[in-house]
Design a protein around this ligand. Structure first.
Ligand SMILES: NC(=O)c1ccc[n+]([C@@H]2O[C@H](COP(=O)([O-])OP(=O)(O)OC[C@H]3O[C@@H](n4cnc5c(N)ncnc54)[C@H](OP(=O)(O)O)[C@@H]3O)[C@@H](O)[C@H]2O)c1
Length: 258
């Protein structure tokens, strides 16, 4: 089979959480560019509307759905809206996430709960909802959860984020084994450092220069660097891949210094 056919998402329906910014915007573009109709989900509707217009301007299909991923009723509404516009969502990209800073001993319970609720609880519940609907429609599907290299290793000042992302890796495996026989594949992508709204202040200063020096490829990720992993996991090219976490980090996480 030709690569263009193998990676094609023509006729598929995708939903991307956190599509209003950073990696999520790029995921939505990559899915739409390869033929999927895309439901764009986040809390900032103006951003989603602009992305919808951009995708439609290139001949693609998209809808904008305002939703907070921690709100279960909003989640149901988002899947309903996508289904009404395009049919059953068979590709979910569970991308919405937040970061936090500060040492573990100083972390307030509310901050811990907020990070876990957005970065782990929502990932599970949105994946669960997608899987339920795919199974009910008797279709095949692909769920891609966005983890992080901080789900595989740790750095100082990110305890809740690292715990949530490690949870995402395990949720991915647990769902994969339960859903494999039913035709729903569940995988994760663990990105290294990409400059986005989440971290630009941190990465554009001295700390960023020091971090970059530790990355074997000598640079942060750039838009498009995750497209290959995303398309592999969502298309027929990845038809026998499930439970995997693909690390895309320029070699950062495998390296022991010394
Ligand atoms: N950038 C990196 O270096 C990096 C590395 C590893 C993993 N990641 C992961 O990649 C994902 C995307 O991050 P990013 O770097 O692209 O950051 P970003 O630019 O800050 O984007 C985060 C996205 O998540 C959405 N979001 C946050 N809380 C939400 C909520 N409660 N409900 C709905 N949407 C919510 C935001 O939309 P609204 O504010 O409009 O709701 C925004 O679209 C995250 O899961 C992050 O942990 C990023």
């Amino acid at each position: 089979m030709k690569a263009a056919d193998m990676f094609s998402l023509k006729g598929r329906v995708a939903l991307v959480t956190g599509a209003s910014s950073g990696l999520g915007t790029q995921f939505a573009r990559a899915l739409a560019d390869n033929g999927a109709a895309v439901a764009l989900v986040a809390r900032r509707p103006e951003r989603l509307k602009a992305l919808k217009a951009e995708i439609e301007g290139k001949g693609g299909k998209a809808i904008a759905v305002e939703a907070d991923v921690t709100d279960r009723a909003a989640m149901t509404r988002a899947f309903d809206a996508a289904e009404k516009a395009f049919g059953t969502v068979t590709i979910l990209v569970n991308n919405a996430g937040i970061a936090h800073g500060g040492r573990a001993v100083e972390m307030a319970p509310e901050e811990w709960r907020n990070v876990l609720s957005t970065n782990l609880d929502a990932v599970f519940f949105w994946a669960q909802e997608a899987a339920r609907r795919i199974l009910a429609a008797n279709k095949q599907g692909a769920i891609v959860n966005i983890a992080s290299v901080l789900g595989l290793a740790v750095s100082k000042g990110a305890v809740a984020y690292a715990a949530a992302k490690a949870g995402v890796v395990q949720v991915t495996k647990a769902l994969a084994v339960e859903l494999a026989f039913k035709g729903v594949r569940v995988n994760a992508i663990a990105p290294g450092w990409f400059v986005t709204e989440m971290n630009e202040e941190y990465l554009m200063g001295e700390v960023g220069t020091a971090i970059k020096r530790e990355i074997p490829m000598g640079r942060f990720g750039k838009p498009g660097d995750l497209d290959g992993a995303l398309l592999l996991l969502t298309s027929d090219a990845g038809s026998y891949i499930t439970g995997a976490t693909i690390v895309v980090d320029g070699g950062q996480v495998i390296q022991i210094k010394g």
